[in-house]
Design a binder for this molecule. Structure first.
Ligand code: FAD
Ligand code: EPU
Length: 344
């Protein structure tokens, strides 16, 4: 017999911000660690494929999922400790990320302000090492606890164990997340007491200056980041989307030099390893796809990197548009775009 918190044949349509239709063979809302242990030992369920779900804001559903979706709803946040140099703030996986960042600011633990208003849960933040406005979650992550769905044990990961890089971590690698092996339970961030503002990205500084703010407080940086995001990024509640649909391509320095020679306004950001990150949004815009639709999907008019569902889209529509955009960018610039969200 199934535990009473497991639902068979559950719709996922309202559980992914891109709004694609799909069903899970089984679905469980996880509010306690004990529920996970129960599932891992259940004779009918432990063999199934698992998928760990947060708020579905980085997800493309390709069809029905023939396994068990675990929706992480564990709650709680706290100051877990402090020493002379740092605050250690912790939150359970099911906490909403934005609410957590605002709670840290309200309680006097700054550091995460540039990551305000990113959708999703705390538990998903390490998975693709969420980043925005010059800061990544991995810059501050101290450690996390995860439930190993294979062994049934709880494992700790340090920041180094997570192998963070641009939009990835060990949890986003094939064979790790697809097998749904580690359900992240709780994440601890280490925030320096000597707070340093990070205002170098885009026009944060220029906006603060326009408001007459020369030495910004953390809250003012958060407000500025939120204002920029609201101008560019569509709210999934009114226009379903999964954020950036493609990653910014990181290319060798000589290729970047050739491209910026030919297109001087192509944004290019040198990386620590000598490679250069280019703007996929710029490439898509110049390839003619900004604000353009194909069937029921389109690339957003204010940010060409965001694929939006104009209503009633299915996975095939997403696939067709993604293919058309990739082909156009490759034909014009010789660059392959990689997708950014997780495909299930
Ligand atoms: P989901 O979409 O539910 O899951 C994403 C992945 O994480 C899946 O592989 C899932 O299995 C895994 N996962 C989720 N929870 C857990 C857990 N507890 N344990 C283990 N694995 C788990 N991202 C950025 O980095 N920067 C941005 O600026 C940004 N802006 C966005 C703007 C919009 C409008 C939208 C819609 C998305 C944006 N994103 C951005 C993407 C998204 O917000 C993040 O990837 C977020 O972390 C996803 O959280 P989620 O809870 O919705 O995860
Ligand atoms: N640009 C264009 N046209 C566009 C979009 C962008 O020309 O349609 C150019 C502009 O020159 C702009 C530059 O690209 O100045 C950078 O744009 P933006 O600041 O919007 O950032 P991005 O590189 O397009 C990345 C992340 C976003 C994150 C922002 C801010 C990726 C794939 N995307 O976008 O993350 O919010 O930076 O840090 O790295 C997400 O991951 O879902 C996401 C939204």
């Amino acid at each position: 017999m199934l535990p009473d918190f497991v639902i068979p044949k559950a719709s996922l349509a309202a559980r992914n911000t891109l709004g694609l239709p799909a069903r899970a063979e089984f679905f469980a809302s996880i509010e306690t660690r004990e529920q996970l242990a129960m599932l891992a030992h259940h004779p009918d369920l432990f063999r199934l494929r698992y998928f760990i779900l947060g708020e579905g804001s980085n997800l493309v559903l390709t069809g029905d999922f023939p396994g068990l979706v675990l929706k992480m709803e564990l709650k709680g946040r706290e100051l877990a400790g402090e020493d002379g140099d740092y605050y250690y703030v912790a939150a359970a996986a099911g906490e909403n990320w934005h609410e957590f960042t605002q709670w840290t600011l309200e309680n006097g633990y700054p550091g995460l302000e540039n990551l305000s208003l990113i959708p999703g849960t705390v538990g998903a933040a390490p998975v693709q090492n969420i980043g925005a406005y010059g800061v990544e979650a991995g810059d501050f992550l101290y450690e996390l606890e995860a439930f190993d769905c294979v062994s049934g044990e709880i494992r700790r990961f340090s920041a180094a164990d997570c192998r963070f890089a641009y939009r990835t971590s060990i949890f986003k690698q094939e064979g790790w997340h697809l097998s749904g092996r580690f359900a992240i339970l709780r994440v601890v961030f280490r925030l320096p007491k000597k707070w340093q503002p990070s205002t170098g990205y885009g026009d944060i500084e220029a906006r603060l200056e326009r408001e007459g703010i020369s030495i910004p407080a953390p809250r003012q940086i958060a407000e500025t980041v939120m204002a920029i995001r609201r101008e560019k990024l569509p709210d999934p509640v009114t226009l379903p989307n999964a954020g950036s649909f493609f990653q910014n391509p990181v290319v060798a320095a000589n290729l970047a030099a050739a491209l910026t020679g030919a297109y001087p306004d192509l944004p290019a950001y040198p990386q620590a390893n000598g490679n250069v990150k280019l703007s996929a949004g710029w490439l898509i815009e110049k390839a003619g796809w900004k604000g353009r639709n194909l069937g029921s999907v389109g690339m957003h008019e204010a940010q060409a990197l965001v694929l939006v569902n104009r209503g009633g889209a299915r996975f095939a529509d997403v696939q067709n548009l993604a293919r058309a955009v990739r082909e156009a960018v490759f034909a014009r610039f010789g660059i392959h775009l990689e997708t950014e969200p997780v495909f299930l």
